[in-house]
Write a protein that binds this ligand. Structure first.
Ligand SMILES: NC(=O)c1ccc[n+]([C@@H]2O[C@H](COP(=O)([O-])OP(=O)(O)OC[C@H]3O[C@@H](n4cnc5c(N)ncnc54)[C@H](OP(=O)(O)O)[C@@H]3O)[C@@H](O)[C@H]2O)c1
Length: 349
């Protein structure tokens, strides 16, 4: 019997020993720049019992990640300097020490921003990539989809006959809010977005009744033209001028779901509140903020309903996918913050 030479290559089926990941190199002040990120090579640890090794196929970049780049308490902990960022991703299981998650399965998990992820099998969810492409589990069937569904139907309590206004309407969440409102028999659905192409997409492809480009003029005036009889629900993705305009446009007992305020995420000083907040009183308005994770109990109704809508084509979704994995991820995030995406922004490995 001969002993193999010490330099023999590992068997072709051995999992890779090294990976690359995106680190937070410095904390942004105001708008983030590429210098705030770096790509690092790391070795991959051996699997402990009940763990999986996942090769990421696609990862999400999301506006909430901007808040995590600041060192301040929030509903989700800040990213650490010199450590990898994290976030939603879907990947293929390369190795597993768990009976529950087989090699070859595709899984949704929270360790994006890296090529390879080692994590407990209990922290991944097996997804069916025959039913929907991997990226859909980060968008229309994932966190943004549930955000739209819960925010509109539960938080804003939208009902048949309501007139609905959504900002950030061509993005991952907003594009679904408008379409779900249509499915639930809204009387009128109005969206705002940041380009003429996006406005056309909302009206011509997604069936919004009206849409406007918020860069074309004051939101208050454009909203008044788009919704001459006022609005009953405002789904806020943007804050600032949009929120103030919506308060003015809301009808008696109108409801606002505060989902996000992206226009303020890069501010270095707190933005002033809406100047017309006193209208909340006379109009008996409800303003309610929410975080999607408060609504995980809606998954069992959201997922089948959304699968039904996308299967029969009544809800359409678009993705803006950037290739290049860890090398492209930081720029994809920066581009998302400036509106380069229509629908969900994804990074493919
Ligand atoms: N509460 C929750 O649990 C929860 C969960 C998910 C998302 N969110 C929030 O929901 C919002 C949308 O998230 P998303 O993932 O669907 O992102 P997204 O809308 O797909 O992408 C962000 C969009 O924001 C728009 N934007 C950027 N700066 C703006 C500004 N100053 N004024 C108006 N629009 C601006 C850009 O589109 P334009 O070209 O139209 O400017 C950009 O495409 C964000 O505020 C996010 O933080 C909240």
């Amino acid at each position: 019997m001969s002993t193999p030479p010490a330099t023999a290559a590992p068997p072709a089926t051995s999992p890779p020993a090294t990976s690359r990941e995106v680190h937070l190199a410095s904390r942004p002040s105001g708008w983030p720049t590429p210098e705030n990120f770096s790509v690092a090579g790391v070795s991959v640890p051996a699997l402990a019992p009940d763990q999986v090794l996942v090769r990421n196929v696609v990862m999400s970049v999301d506006p909430y990640m901007r808040g995590r780049m600041d060192d301040r308490p929030s509903y989700v902990p800040p990213f650490q300097l010199g450590a990898p960022l994290d976030g939603g991703a879907v990947g293929e299981v390369l190795a597993s020490t768990s009976d529950a998650v087989p090699v070859g399965a595709h899984v949704l998990h929270g360790l994006g921003w890296r090529e390879l992820a080692v994590l407990p099998a209990a922290r991944v969810v097996v997804v069916d990539t025959q039913l929907a492409p991997a990226g859909a589990y980060l968008g229309v069937l994932g966190m943004p989809g549930l955000t739209a569904y819960a925010g509109l139907l539960e938080v804003a309590a939208m009902k048949e006959g309501d007139s609905v206004f959504v900002s950030g309407a061509a993005g991952a969440v907003g594009s679904l809010v408008g379409q779900i409102a249509k499915q639930r028999s809204a009387a009128r659905v109005v969206g705002s977005a940041g380009s003429a192409d996006k406005v056309r997409y909302l009206v011509d492809e997604l069936g919004f009744d009206a849409a406007f480009n918020y860069r074309d003029g004051p939101v208050r005036e454009q909203l008044r033209t788009a919704a001459p009889d006022g609005i009953d629900v405002y789904f806020d993705n943007v804050g600032g001028e949009h929120l103030e305009a919506a308060i003015s446009a809301l009808n008696l007992r109108g409801r606002i779901a505060i989902c996000g305020m992206i226009s303020q995420y890069n501010d270095t000083e707190p933005a002033p509140g809406p100047r017309n907040l006193a209208m909340v009183l006379g109009k008996r308005l409800t303003i309610r903020g929410f975080i999607v994770s408060d609504f995980n109990h809606l998954q069992p109704t959201f997922v089948p309903e959304m699968i039904g809508w996308i299967t029969d084509g009544t809800v359409r979704y678009q993705e803006t996918t950037v290739d290049g994995g860890v090398e492209a991820a930081a720029q994809a995030f920066l581009d998302l913050m400036r509106g380069a995406n229509t629908g969900k922004m994804l990074v493919r490995f």
